[in-house]
Design a protein around this ligand. Sequence first.
Ligand code: HEC
Ligand code: HEC
Ligand code: HEC
Ligand code: HEC
Ligand code: HEC
Length: 451
Amino acid sequence: MKLQKFFKLAIFALALMAFGAACVKEGPPGKNGTDGANGATGAAGKDANETCKMCHTPAKVDIIAVQFQYSKHETGEAAISESGNAGCSPCHTQGGFQDVVARKVPSTFTVGSNGKFANDYACDVTKAYGELLCRTCHSSIHETYTSTDLPKLTTTAPVSLTFLGGKKSVNLTQDSGNSNLCIKCHQPRPFTFNNTKNAAYTGDVLNYAGLAAKPTDVFFDGTSAATIAQAQIIPGYRTHTHYGTVGAIVSGTCGIEFTGPMAYAQAVHVTKASCPDCHMASMVGGTGGHSFNAKGNFAGCNISGCHTGVDATSAKYWVNPRAAIKGLLEQLAAKLKYNGVEFMNRNTDATTNLWAGITTNNYDGYMNVYDPATNPTGQAMNPIQFQNPSPAASWTPEQKAYNLTLQVLKMTNAQFGAMINFQLCLREYSLGIHNLDYTKALLTNSLAIIP
Ligand code: HEC
Ligand code: HEC
Ligand code: HEC
Ligand code: HEC
Ligand code: HEC
């Protein structure tokens, strides 16, 4: 072929290719090349699709993820607001929870270099994030991609109670210890010595048994700077057990056990029922299953070996016991007073009061102490409040002056202990269903001990 002709053909060929590309027109394919040599045989792999389908089916993970849309673990906002806080995150974030479980962080209090006690129950701050999703409770998901990953739980070990500074552990062994998983987070938080004006300030956990042993001793006297300086704890609006008191009541622990007319006993639920038994029963609307919500769901009561036919109209198992506990809570709140002012705060707003409607006066378990910053609506909702013994420097002169017009706060050991029992029994939500015997004894003996 002459060189000139070759170039002409080549240009024509290029033009054809460009034209072909533009028109998406291709020539016929060439012949197949000869086969290459076979490669080495690979190691036998798992059938990925098959292991995925063990879990990723509409009947398993998919439907559970839908049920979980109704769980406050997913819908609640505390995981966002408490992220990055080493003390709050063990219960409020996935990473924080997994960290305290993996490192077996104890809930003891130990003395630091400043000579003061501090709570050891804290997570690594760099891991303190993540909403409470599937992996919070099932930390092995996607670890081996085999059936051992689910429903394996992150922990079912006995729980060292932070309220008691780790001096006691609870272990509910029924249902493979599943309740221990829930109690690890759903437990009250400790009352600690917070009075830095007291020369003997330690930061340690309150000696709860001391309240029951010496009920008539003065716990707090806000009359003067000198009497305030003697207190171990300066009460304020947020002097409380925190929110998760269910774990304490379900395990029959943490109450201030005053000697009184009723013996302390535990209901059958403490040893026979588990949190999942009642809270993860068959779905009814947005309750049961992985919604964890027990409200109005009686499927968990009526499982084999437990009850039959229990519902919201059952006098013996629902209406009467709950009415009795509601009555005791209301009597106790009415008696928890100093100079006519109630210690317990009222809050009619159901968005900020998780216990709205449980008592007629809508107590929320906080203290009825004036605080323009943390309790701005208290003035409107309570007939009269207590003077705040520790007003903040940031308050306006008007707020400080108003505070001084209010009733001075004074409490005995009996009143403080009875208040803790009120908080534990109000905030367990179920009006005694969790542990009727223990709740009834705590409230009855609290009523008897305060004048
Ligand atoms: C032991 C059960 C189990 C097996 C086996 C399993 N998964 Fe998952 N997977 C889960 C669970 C539970 C979730 C979280 C579901 C949710 O949040 O909605 C998840 C979530 C996912 C997600 C969403 C992203 C994430 O990590 O949250 C993907 C993608 C996924 N899986 C892929 C796979 C693939 C691919 C396989 C197979 C190779 C597989 N999974 C095997 C249980 C399993
Ligand atoms: C990692 C800690 C943690 C574990 C484990 C845990 N929870 Fe929770 N749970 C929470 C927190 C925190 C909330 C509130 C979330 C919010 O408001 O943002 C909550 C909310 C709930 C609620 C809704 C309460 C309401 O105010 O309506 C129920 C019911 C509940 N949990 C039951 C359970 C049960 C049952 C288990 C055990 C199977 C369990 N939880 C395990 C931390 C935990
Ligand atoms: C020992 C576990 C634990 C620790 C530590 C803890 N919480 Fe909680 N907290 C809970 C549980 C459980 C609930 C939910 C109780 C419920 O709704 O039944 C809760 C509820 C709350 C709520 C109410 C959320 C709502 O639904 O309205 C707030 C706010 C909150 N916690 C803030 C904090 C802060 C701030 C800290 C740290 C100073 C903290 N928590 C530490 C267990 C804990
Ligand atoms: C608050 C803790 C908690 C969270 C969060 C949680 N689970 Fe569970 N899950 C449990 C408990 C408790 C069981 C019961 C375990 C048993 O029976 O041994 C369980 C059981 C299961 C089972 C086996 C039982 C069944 O019904 O098939 C699967 C699958 C499962 N969970 C998937 C999930 C998925 C998917 C998510 C997230 C969408 C999730 N879980 C979130 C606590 C939790
Ligand atoms: C014997 C059954 C039973 C057991 C066991 C049980 N609960 Fe409940 N729980 C209830 C009932 C009933 C209510 C109140 C429901 C209502 O208000 O209608 C309730 C209410 C709650 C609430 C308030 C939100 C809701 O769902 O109403 C939380 C949070 C809670 N329980 C957590 C737990 C935890 C955590 C455990 C285990 C430590 C547990 N419960 C064990 C029956 C039970």
